[in-house]
Ligand binder design. Structure first.
Ligand SMILES: [Zn+2]
Length: 297
């Protein structure tokens, strides 16, 4: 079998048990480190955002077109308050945390207490396929630990029985390993496959500790599925990337509407905007802002 196993961050998609099972796995260590640098995240925020980015990337790996996207929004009453992640069909992801710095607490030794930092709240998934209306579903958070919340979302909102495991491991120098996997039962799966898979999922080791032991995404799926006929369908390098541009920022300004733009156009210094996802700065001088007034209504 010809399998390509890239060295850096990547996602892989597979089927097993004659199509009864669909699975994804990813390694996201480098892109999670980039998010930490961009947003100066404290360890718990880094773990939370890393888990959500890994989960969203795997969900987006099922999209047909590169511009289609999955947006995952978590809102909670804990100190982190929430986060937003956008993953696209081209295997890029971007994200932000409302409160990037929260106090480091452990649920048990070595296990950051992400659930308490997020608190009680909701998870919303927006599936934008470029059609008129995006598909949107919201569920209550189960634990705020992200993997359980995504599992619950997939089961209730999309009616797909799934097992989701996400891990971000911290070392003395920051993130040492990050990644995840999703295994889903397709409607054609019979009872015996379902039971077999459930036995394998229960007690399966933590993804990040397996990665620490050297497992790559392909090997994670090999180990979990245990099917000699597993078929790897696609492999893609994944990265943190933001598609923001002067043109997009201009459109955002126009969308503010005439009243607000008129007010902004009074400032002789023009306006400065910063992208929340990648921190890139954009400047529009007074003439340019006035020029946008003609496009707004
Ligand atoms: Zn940006």
């Amino acid at each position: 079998m010809n399998r390509k196993e890239p060295k850096g961050d990547y996602i892989v998609r597979a089927t097993a048990y004659q199509g009864a099972v669909r699975a994804f796995a990813c390694r996201t260590t480098v892109l999670c480190r980039k998010a930490v640098r961009l947003h100066r995240l404290s360890p718990i925020s880094a773990a939370a955002l890393g888990r959500l980015m890994s989960g969203a990337l795997m969900l987006a790996h099922d999209l047909k077109e590169s511009h289609q996207s999955i947006t995952a929004i978590v809102r909670g009453d804990g100190p982190m308050q929430g986060m937003t992640v956008v993953a696209q069909g081209d295997a890029t992801v971007r994200g932000l945390v409302i409160q990037p710095v929260v106090e480091t607490r452990y649920a048990r030794p070595g296990k950051l207490d992400v659930g308490s930092a997020i608190g009680r709240g909701t998870l919303t998934i927006i599936r934008d396929l470029g059609l008129k209306e995006p598909y949107m579903g919201t569920v209550q958070l189960v634990s705020g630990e992200i993997a359980e919340d995504l599992t619950y979302y997939l089961a209730t909102s999309e009616q797909i029985p799934s097992a989701v495991s996400l891990g971000v491991r911290m070392g003395p120098e920051g993130i040492s390993h990050a990644g995840g996997l999703i295994v889903q039962l397709m409607p054609v799966a019979d009872e015996s496959v379902a039971e077999h898979l459930e036995r394998r999922v229960v007690g399966f080791p933590d993804v990040s500790s397996l990665m620490e032991d050297g497992f790559n995404p392909h090997q994670l799926l090999d180990l979990l599925l245990g099917d000699p006929d597993i078929r790897y369908l696609s492999t893609a390098p994944c990265a943190y990337a933001c598609p923001c541009s002067t043109d997009r920022m201009r459109q955002n300004l126009v969308a503010l509407g005439r009243t607000e733009l008129t007010e902004l156009a009074l400032d002789p210094n023009g306006i400065d905007l910063q992208c929340h996802f990648c921190s890139k700065s954009y400047h529009f001088n007074q003439d340019q802002v006035q020029g946008l007034l003609d496009q707004a209504d």
